[in-house]
Design a protein around this ligand. Structure first.
Ligand code: MG
Length: 287
């Protein structure tokens, strides 16, 4: 509880203002140029808790982690050198053999509309999809189809999803500590779930509390991070976002999110965000 009592200089025993109402306190202090804020605690604090525990609960530390995948917890080369080439090789055959599957058919019509080709011309749709893969165009129907192709590849054991050992160890520990973990990747949510179901370290899908993709918004738009914070139900200032890409970190920082650049081999270093080479020294409570 907060209480403000103000005495006049010449009346030390008779308060001229007394209140425990936060709005009244804020207004009165503002008149004197003093800012009054109330902070949410991270976890429960009791009146008889030791001071260090109370201070820690009120410190501005991260209580949830939001993670990029490619280039951050996983080698960016895995997606480029394994996943995408696999989908490109498998796509024509997959489309031809699954064109009557309603889920596939729906994506093919959407792709045809987007490409401006007749939906009945499946070869033209295939060519458009392959073209999008080559230009790294993040079209939703393409991403959905790639997700379906990868699903069969994972299930067949054609590959497992790369995770850096330091990221895996950190995720395991963070999960064990009860830290909420979220993913924000340009890969579809379906593809993200597959990734963690078939990682190099086995199925770790249930370590995560939620997944976000570009249906929430672009990764370099600060509104996306505000939406994510709302969905997570945590103040943006308590969420730590880990990414290798400066523009994404800039957007997150504009939304008030704590930002950490993970500088993997080949990452373009940013001078505007705190940086780490891997997750081995990351302590959320110290961010
Ligand atoms: Mg990345």
């Amino acid at each position: 509880m907060s209480q403000l009592t103000i005495f006049a200089d010449d009346q030390p025993l008779k308060p001229e203002f007394e209140s425990s109402d936060h709005d009244r306190i804020r207004t009165r202090l503002a008149e004197a140029g003093v800012r009054f804020e109330r902070w949410e605690t991270a976890g429960d604090v009791q009146p008889d808790d030791p001071p260090p525990k109370i201070l820690r609960a009120y410190s501005l530390m991260a209580t949830a982690a939001l993670l990029d995948i490619e280039g951050t917890i996983a080698d960016i080369a895995f997606v480029k050198q394994v996943l995408f080439p696999y989908a490109r090789r498998a796509l024509p055959g997959f489309v031809r053999t699954h064109a009557d599957d309603p889920e596939v058919a729906e994506r093919l019509s959407a792709a045809a509309r987007l490409a401006g080709v007749p939906g009945t011309d499946s070869e033209a749709v295939i060519q458009s999809l392959l073209g999008w893969i080559d230009e790294d165009r993040k079209a939703t129907p393409l991403k959905d189809l790639q997700g379906m192709i990868w699903k069969s590849g994972y299930a067949d054991g054609d590959f497992t999803a790369h995770l850096y050992p330091d990221a895996h160890a950190w995720l395991r520990q963070a999960h064990a500590q009860g830290i909420p973990l979220y993913v924000y990747s340009s890969g579809s949510i379906g593809a993200q779930k597959l990734y963690f179901s078939y990682s190099d370290f086995g199925n770790i899908l249930d370590w995560f509390d939620g997944f976000f993709d570009t249906t929430t918004g672009p990764k370099n738009d600060s509104a996306s991070y505000r939406d994510i914070a709302d969905t997570i139900g945590q103040p943006a200032e308590r969420i730590a976002f880990f990414s290798d890409v400066e523009a994404e970190l800039d957007a997150a920082a504009r939304a008030g999110v704590i930002t950490v650049q993970v500088v993997r081999p080949g990452t373009q270093e940013s001078s505007r965000h705190r940086r780490c080479a891997d997750f081995s020294a990351i302590d959320l409570e110290a961010l």
